[in-house]
Design a protein around this ligand. Structure first.
Ligand SMILES: N[C@@H](CCC[C@H](N)C(=O)O)C(=O)O
Length: 294
């Protein structure tokens, strides 16, 4: 089967975007893995599929957007992808609106085109209840840390810094954020997979490493669930800033320097939505022959 795709990136987090607004392509997890493969496929951190709103969608929803990680697993949310999604539906003439309402697995989000060409997304309110992340804190004492708390978690004996203090937040998808002295030397590639697969996170987790530069600037690296370290993670930036604000370290508007670009995150406090602003770029379009796969 030959399929048409668009390659996009948001702060270096890269995507294969597929249009299923007219007909489903009938792809499986193995196909998503193939498309994401950087040697045999197109190469991407995530595959984004644009669909019409589901029959039971809330009134006013314009599209449905489905996210698969490079490992083929479907996930709830993708912040950088949401910005690329808006640029995709506009560039393909699927809408002329500046702001669209999009159904994701974790609810409706609203990306909006800014005057400067960047996209701002209302990502909804962060969730802190451990069970809803999901995170199992049974038997752990929360560590009072600033105005909020972190959880001390033992990793394996092989990991550098075998005990880590993690702030646990859901942005629709699960995040565990730790504060580090210097992101350049942080043990992202050694601790990242151990945190991702830690048994206390039933759905696995995205592992963030945040260096606080000052109250309005942080540097961030994220080892993403199902994709490994990416150049940027939008929901990871939201989760890190929310955690930093709750820990009393950050102001309400913060620039997040990732390895692939800057994301601006704004959050007014508990119960309020997080706004993320950043770039969304089309890299190229193409066709690819997708092999027969289970
Ligand atoms: N890159 C994304 C997040 C994609 C999903 C994530 N890996 C997960 O499994 O939850 C972003 O920009 O938010």
């Amino acid at each position: 089967m030959r399929i048409r795709f668009t390659k996009m990136q948001g702060a270096g987090n890269d995507f294969v975007v597929l249009d299923e607004t007219r007909a489903p392509l009938g792809l499986t997890a193995a196909h998503y893995q193939f498309l994401a493969n950087r040697h045999f496929g197109v190469g991407a951190d995530q595959i984004l599929t644009v669909r019409p709103p589901a029959a039971d969608a809330a009134p006013g929803v314009d599209f449905q957007y489905v996210i698969h990680n490079a490992d083929g697993g479907e996930v709830e949310q993708c912040g950088n992808g949401a910005r690329c999604f808006l640029r995709f539906v506009r560039e393909r003439g699927l809408t002329t609106k500046d702001a669209v309402r999009v159904q994701t697995l974790s609810g409706v989000i609203e990306p909006r085109l800014s005057a400067d060409g960047r996209v701002t997304v209302d990502m909804g309110a962060p969730v802190f209840e451990p069970a809803r992340v999901p995170f199992d804190p049974a038997g752990l004492e929360p560590q009072p840390d600033g105005a909020w708390q972190t959880w001390k978690l033992a990793l394996s004996a092989q990991a550098e810094g075998a005990i880590v203090a993690l702030a646990v937040v859901s942005m629709g998808n699960p995040h565990a954020v730790q504060i580090v002295e210097d992101v350049d030397t942080a043990p992202v590639l050694t601790q990242g997979p151990l945190i991702e697969h830690h048994p206390r996170f039933a759905q696995r987790v995205n592992a963030g490493f945040m260096q606080v530069v000052d109250r309005t600037h942080v540097r961030l690296r994220v080892y993403e669930r199902g994709a490994g370290e990416t150049l940027a993670c939008g929901t990871g930036a939201c989760a890190a800033v929310v955690a930093g604000i709750r820990l009393g370290l950050l102001d309400a508007r913060v620039d997040v320097q990732t390895r692939g670009g800057v994301l601006t995150i704004e959050w007014a406090g508990v119960g309020q939505p997080v706004f993320m602003t950043g770039p969304a770029v089309t890299v190229f379009e193409g066709d690819i022959e997708v092999p027969e796969l289970p």
